[in-house]
Write a protein that binds this ligand. Structure first.
Ligand code: GRG
Length: 297
């Protein structure tokens, strides 16, 4: 895992030079290169490896997915969204560069990332098109952006009783939570795993298996993240803690309580194991074990 992280960090630094106008490149690079866990690029490389592929070939895509993730973090922290002053243990992008540059840095990363895939990948044209198709559809209104919109609206919108059940935009709280977690969070894990498998030349069945893994891992990870918001420290999370409860955000924890949230993470982790155990991946097992052990302390 550390080897993958080192390689990704080196490439992120190399592929993000500070050009003119410097502030935008500095702002883009600032959040991308802060010490995140690098879960998505590691998953992309490991999926490529377990499918028998050459991980070198997946590196540009793995880095581009980390850039897309950083883009979503920059915009998520803005005052008009989650309004968080800290990210990855440091001041958020807009706290360092100002709101205008932070908005533009997110926008710029959105096109810079696929540019990296196009310019740095050594892949056949049909594979490149498949990878880019996954990338652009994941980043758009059908998935990542749609998930964020639902997240914001679930907090600010007016839930109304229909036949005795609270509803918003045609969804119950349960359905809304599933939509948000699928599109805001699981989407980038699915993207990373599918892209790694596509680059390795995996079969449609194997790609679907990776998608299923990403979906279940993503759901578990968002619930884990919301549990950590309640039980972890600032040092551990690198961002403000306890915000969900204070802002009345719709999360698995605020809806069902800590105990049910913990059991759900266990249940989903078990389902992930049943998908991936046959691959004997130490890296995937470590990721799952770390997540579960942190909520079990
Ligand atoms: C304009 C394409 C576009 C998207 C913007 C702002 C937004 C839409 C989406 C926000 C998505 C978001 C912030 C989801 C939260 C997912 C999550 C749990 C992030 C934390 O991931 P970690 O813990 O972070 O892997 P590190 O810092 O370790 O990488």
């Amino acid at each position: 895992m550390n080897k993958y992280i080192e390689t990704v960090d080196k490439k992120l630094d190399e592929w993000m030079p500070i050009e003119y106008p410097k502030d935008i490149f500095k702002s883009m690079k600032y959040t991308v290169t802060l010490p995140g866990k690098r879960l998505r690029p590691v998953m992309c490389l490991e999926a490529c490896k377990i499918m028998g592929g050459d991980t070198e070939k997946a590196l540009p895509s793995a880095c581009a997915i980390e850039m897309l993730h950083a883009q979503s973090l920059i915009h998520d922290d803005l005052p008009c969204m989650d309004n968080d002053d800290f990210r990855r243990g440091k001041p958020s992008n807009h706290k360092v560069f100002g709101e205008a540059i932070a908005v533009l840095a997110g926008d710029a990363l959105l096109s810079f990332a696929p540019q990296i895939i196009l310019e740095k990948s050594d892949l056949p044209a049909d594979t490149l098109i498949k990878v880019l198709k996954e990338f652009v559809s994941s980043a758009g209104a059908y998935q990542l952006i749609g998930g964020q919109v639902a997240d914001i609206q679930s907090e600010e919108g007016e839930w109304k009783k229909e036949n005795g059940t609270l509803m918003l935009n045609g969804k119950t709280k349960d359905e809304m939570l599933y939509y948000i977690h699928t599109n805001k969070t699981a989407v980038l894990f699915k993207l990373a795993l599918k892209v790694g498998a596509i680059i390795a030349g995996a079969s449609d069945e194997q790609i679907f298996e990776m998608e299923n893994f990403g979906q279940k891992f993503g759901l578990a990870f968002q619930i884990y993240d919301d549990i950590m918001d309640e039980i972890a420290t600032f040092e551990e999370l690198g961002k403000t803690v306890g915000k969900d409860k204070d802002s009345g955000k719709l999360t698995y924890v605020t809806l069902y309580g800590l105990d049910k949230a913990k059991s759900k993470v266990h249940e989903l982790a078990g389902e992930v194991h049943s998908i991936i155990d046959k691959y004997n991946s130490e890296i995937f097992n470590t990721m799952l074990d770390k997540m579960v052990s942190k909520i079990d302390r």
